[in-house]
Design a protein around this ligand. Structure first.
Ligand SMILES: [Zn+2]
Length: 107
């Protein structure tokens, strides 16, 4: 998966904007991205079962810091002090696709 051309953090709207290319941009709510964290503290690495209770992630979760991990992922530090998750472009892409399919099912 190619890295997005640009990543913007909109703290006031609580969304992460990923510009994949000129034709495609994803807007991902912080809460959803945090709920999708796959680190060892959030997902059991052997069974793949989610340990994190998605309901425990507040809607007003903030993003303190986002930085690149190599050229394959984004490392994010959240306002609940969780920072062990790495969000690969593939993973962020699959979250984007999920958001998109939910959007279209509402129409
Ligand atoms: Zn995590």
């Amino acid at each position: 998966m190619k890295a997005p051309g640009n990543v913007r953090v909109h703290r006031e709207r609580r969304v992460l904007e990923l510009v994949w290319d000129a034709a495609e941009t994803s807007l991902l709510p912080f809460q959803l991205v945090r709920q999708s964290c796959r680190c060892a503290a959030c997902v059991d690495e052997f069974t793949g079962r989610q340990i994190l209770d998605p309901a425990s992630v507040p809607e007003d979760l903030g993003l303190l810091e986002a930085g690149l991990a190599g050229n394959y992922a984004l490392r994010i530090r959240w306002s609940d002090n969780h920072d062990s998750g790495l969000f690969t472009w593939n993973h962020l892409r699959s979250i984007s696709d999920k958001v998109r399919s939910e959007d279209s099912s509402q129409k």
